[in-house]
Write a protein of this length. Structure first.
Length: 489
């Protein structure tokens, strides 16, 4: 249970829907804190039934501003106040009205101005926000501070009317630009009435040289992207007129700006909008580099796979021309091993990450092993479990190990008797386990993998210990042979 839920449990009559609304508020209220240069505390009434009168309030969330210094050195989450000890909280909960008339109070060495905002949801006040600001910093505000406070006042009204947080804004707000990255204020007609210095700088980098204020944001955006070869001008004015909550990204050859448009409401009327913006030029450049890098890596894997298949084909042709059965068999074994590596590179060439869906590779390895077996029509291979995705550094040696173990079982264990091969794979939190068992003749007396002259088993042991950092055991049972491979993740 989260701290948020534990504070509500047993103390409050807040319903599941109301708790979800409070979580949405807490997810978005950094904006409110930064615009009002204030610490915010979210209080819910202490009562087990909505019909009962609250006995007090408990603080379930606390946010500090990034635009000024905090007024609280210590966290207040979990603090409780009794009913009557903080009349402003009681009044906001009871009346549903914003309270601003409280006198500043001394906290340590500074005078703190407190205001209260009721949180409305479905026509009911479910919580109260207390806003705490340094009263001394409020006496001679700059133009930026005045605009921020006016915007904050409007947003707090929306909280008290139930229209903030915005309904269905989840993915649009992720990630939420910071107020300090840039802010533009629009009037009801979409004209810029104020732009912060960072906002002006962002458009300046995109090539806008004139004054930004008293122009429509949509017109400016259209002007700065018109020379971009990738410009999507259609509807840009509509998307940036401030009437609808939306996220827009504009770019040209010089810069890229991410804009979040937030309509400001007063009751049912729209009174303007704010636009949070962030210069994401460097982020998009890195994104493009990563896309290019990923495409290049996939192309390399594709070419490696093609080259391995070419080598495999050449070796296969050479094996057909050699009369010595031992030499031809050695070449065919090399072909099989190269094919196993090629399968991993084929998977990586179509993957967007540096990981391999090993279960798909295993399916191909099994099919290939059956096709090469002289007893193909008589044998069956059963699979159990899944390994999921593995890093490429593990997938390549593992594919070779599995290939060798299957081939060894088919060539020796099931050469004369037995018909069944079982492959059991499991992935745990910290290791993988692969078991390959057959119902064949079993291991010869005195067998020791460490001293075995079998080239395939030597390859398996070397890859297991050096590449997979794992352990391999081969044992005979009443039913045949079991090879168990364990390696850490």
């Amino acid at each position: 249970m989260s701290q948020f839920d534990s504070l509500l449990s047993g103390r409050s009559s807040v319903t599941l829907d109301q708790a979800h609304r409070l979580r949405e508020l807490v997810a978005d209220w950094q904006l409110l804190s930064d615009l009002s240069f204030a610490d915010l505390i979210l209080w819910v009434p202490i009562r087990k039934d909505i019909k009962l009168w609250p006995t007090g309030h408990v603080a379930i969330a606390h946010i500090r501003p990034t635009t000024t210094a905090t007024v609280f050195a210590d966290d207040v989450i979990g603090n409780e106040v009794s009913w009557g000890s903080h009349p402003s909280l009681d009044e906001a909960l009871s009346s549903g009205e914003i309270g601003r008339n409280s006198a500043p109070e001394k906290l340590g060495d500074i005078m703190i101005k407190q205001e209260t905002i009721p949180v409305l949801f479905d026509g009911q006040v479910i919580a109260v926000i207390s806003r705490h600001r340094n009263a001394d910093l409020m006496r001679s505000p700059s133009s930026l501070e005045l605009n921020y406070r006016e915007i904050a006042h409007n947003l707090y009204q929306m909280v008290s009317q139930g229209s903030f947080p915005y309904a269905g804004a989840g993915s649009i707000f992720e990630p939420l630009p910071r107020v300090g990255d840039g802010l533009i204020r629009l009037d009801v007609n979409g004209v810029i009435s104020y732009a912060s210095p960072n906002a002006r700088s962002a458009f300046s980098r995109m090539g806008w040289k004139s004054e930004i204020e008293n122009n429509k944001l949509g017109d400016i955006a259209e002007a700065v992207i018109k020379n971009s070869p990738d410009a999507h001008e259609e509807g840009i004015r509509t998307r940036l007129n401030g009437k609808v909550l939306r996220r827009v990204e504009i770019d040209n050859q010089g810069a890229t700006i991410d804009l979040l448009v937030l309509p400001l409401l007063q009751g049912v009327d729209r009174v303007g909008a704010i636009v949070l913006l962030q210069n994401v030029t460097e982020l998009r450049r890195r994104d493009r580099e990563l896309v290019t890098k990923d495409a290049t890596i996939r192309e390399i894997h594709h070419r490696v796979k093609n080259n391995l298949q070419t080598v495999s084909a050449l070796l296969r042709l050479q094996a057909r021309r050699i009369e010595d059965p031992g030499a031809a068999s050695a070449l065919n074994e090399a072909v099989r091993r190269i094919a196993s590596i090629a399968l991993v590179h084929e998977t990586l060439s179509s993957s967007t990450e540096n990981s391999v869906a090993f279960d798909e590779v295993l399916t191909s390895l099994i099919t290939h092993a059956l096709e090469l077996s002289p007893r193909m029509g008589e044998l069956s291979i059963e699979r159990k479990g899944q390994l999921g995705s593995l890093e490429s550094r593990l997938a390549t040696p593992l594919s070779l190990v599995v290939t060798e173990l299957m081939h060894n079982a088919l060539e020796h264990g099931l050469a004369e008797q037995g018909t069944k091969l079982l492959i059991d794979v499991q992935q745990y939190s910290n290791e993988c386990v692969v078991k390959i068992s057959d119902d064949g003749v079993g291991l010869p007396d005195g067998f020791d993998i460490a001293t075995s002259s079998n080239l395939g088993l030597q390859i398996v042991r070397t890859l297991t210990e050096n590449e997979l950092k794992g352990k391999l055991t081969l044992i005979s049972t009443d039913e045949g042979t079991v090879a168990t491979l364990r390696f850490p993740l």
